[in-house]
Design a protein around this ligand. Structure first.
Ligand code: GAR
Length: 192
């Protein structure tokens, strides 16, 4: 299964996917493209170091979402991408990609959705005072962190928790769950 990963920032989930492939924790999955809306993102540097093709863009250079998504789609089509993985991609997808990749786009989010959708889900959980939060991987639709849930992992928030320790616990779970779900999808794709 050929996948494209979309990332806006650090790309620790992107790196976790690459590591899972290298160490053969996941099989029959190839990352053929990294897409980023921030050319200076660390994820872009990781892709370059790993010789993975990059398509990076600056949204304000385009008249609208449709225009840059059409360019992304052209790349995805050229590279015969089967699946899209959003790993910290901080933009809503538009109809160009959602239409062609219907039920073939997943996202990882740092909360137990539908709680704490949107930006800074970890900060939202701390501010609310919940004792359990977690990680969700879900199919992507036009909403913000909506779409059918594929799997979740719970993470407890201890009385001594700080933002930093909670981020670390959540990321540990993300880095396991996201590759696991990708493998399940690849197995399903192979069985089709
Ligand atoms: C991850 O925690 C991911 O769940 C979150 O962005 C972070 C990216 O980290 N995504 C969202 O909040 C989506 N709404 P990374 O760049 O180190 O993978």
């Amino acid at each position: 299964m050929k996948i494209a990963v979309f990332a806006s920032g650090t790309g620790s989930n992107f790196a976790a996917i690459l590591e899972s492939i290298k160490s053969k924790k996941i099989n029959n999955v190839e990352v053929v493209l990294l897409v980023s809306d921030r050319p200076e993102a660390l994820a872009v540097r990781t892709a370059i170091n790993e010789s993975i093709p990059v398509f990076s863009f600056t949204a304000k250079d385009y008249p609208n979402k449709q225009a840059y998504e059409e360019e992304i789609l052209e790349k995805l089509t050229q590279l015969e991408v089967d699946f899209i993985v959003l790993a910290g991609y901080m933009r809503l997808l538009g109809h160009v990609l959602l239409h062609v990749y219907d039920r073939k786009i997943i996202n990882v989010h740092p909360s137990l959705l539908p709680a704490f959708a949107g930006k800074d889900a970890i900060g939202q959980a701390i501010d609310y005072g919940v004792k359990v939060t977690g990680v969700t991987v879900h199919f992507v639709d036009e909403g913000m962190d909506t779409g059918p849930i594929i799997d979740q992992r719970a993470v407890t928030i201890d009385s001594v928790e700080t933002r930093e320790t909670l981020i670390k616990k959540i990321q540990e779970q993300e880095h396991k769950l996201l590759p696991e779900v990708i493998q399940r999808l690849a197995n399903m794709e192979a069985a089709e």
